[in-house]
Design a protein around this ligand. Structure first.
Ligand code: SAH
Length: 220
């Protein structure tokens, strides 16, 4: 990771990034804050060098261990849903993966807590976050299906791998007024927005999605 080029932006790449932002707008992303962050986060450092020329395409990319870095549209959509109702302070992410979504969140909320079950992915993500000098992120190597009870409650939870059904632990760790954005299902998945208020828990189906499965247990 010591050969990471954070400045590798050049004229061409700036145009490429603008094209991505334009495309996200066309796909219905409206939050200026989210679009701004996506424009400025260097997505190319979150994938292998061999794939970096595709980093600003609106497409999911492999990150090893059978996992994928989500398509920018879905990162933008989930982040926008999480923030739609006002600022978020303590946000839990399940599935650190490359650390890209973590980095996007870290620019927009106060504190990010991110859990990953595959140790080598977590280590790479940690190096990237260090390179970017992000100070407001804490990482944990664990099965995130249980959330992170010691750090809860959270006013935002974002899950980037799909369970068959919503883990009750995550709803428990949601603060009143909190929002949980999570893909749910097996072959057929749907993005869900779950919010908590004095009356109880509300569930909204957002749109069909395709994520890697949320798996049990942590691996080294
Ligand atoms: N947010 C990531 C997306 C990575 S793909 C990014 O921006 O790159 C989803 C990730 O969830 C994978 O890294 C996978 O290992 C992780 N994952 C799957 N089940 C998990 C679990 N139970 N706990 C924590 N992480 C999990």
């Amino acid at each position: 990771m010591n050969d990471v080029d954070l400045r590798g932006i050049g004229m061409t790449s700036q145009r490429t990034r603008d094209r991505l932002i334009q495309r996200l707008r066309e796909e219905g992303i409206t939050s200026a804050a989210v679009l701004d962050v996506i424009r400025n986060v260097p997505r190319h450092i979150f994938v292998d060098e061999a794939l970096s020329h595709r980093a600003y395409e609106d497409t999911a990319l492999p990150i090893g261990h059978g996992q994928t870095l989500s398509q920018p549209y879905i990162v933008a959509r989930m982040t926008e849903l999480l923030l739609a109702d006002g600022p978020r302070h303590r946000v839990l992410e399940i599935g650190t993966g490359s650390g890209y979504q973590t980095t996007v969140l870290a620019q927009l909320v106060e504190q990010v807590f991110s859990v990953e079950r595959i140790r080598p992915l977590q280590e790479k993500a940690r190096q990237r976050l260090r390179t970017l000098k992000l100070q407001n992120v804490q990482l944990k190597h664990a099965d995130g299906g249980m959330g992170w009870p010691e750090q809860g409650p959270f006013d935002g939870i974002l899950v980037t791998a799909a369970p068959e059904s919503v883990p009750p632990e995550l709803i428990e760790q949601l603060a009143p007024g909190g929002r949980l954005v999570i893909p749910v299902g097996g072959e057929k998945q749907e993005l869900m927005l779950i919010s908590k208020d004095e009356e109880g828990v509300n569930v909204e189906r957002v749109e069909p999605v395709r994520f890697v499965p949320l798996l049990a247990g942590a691996i080294r």
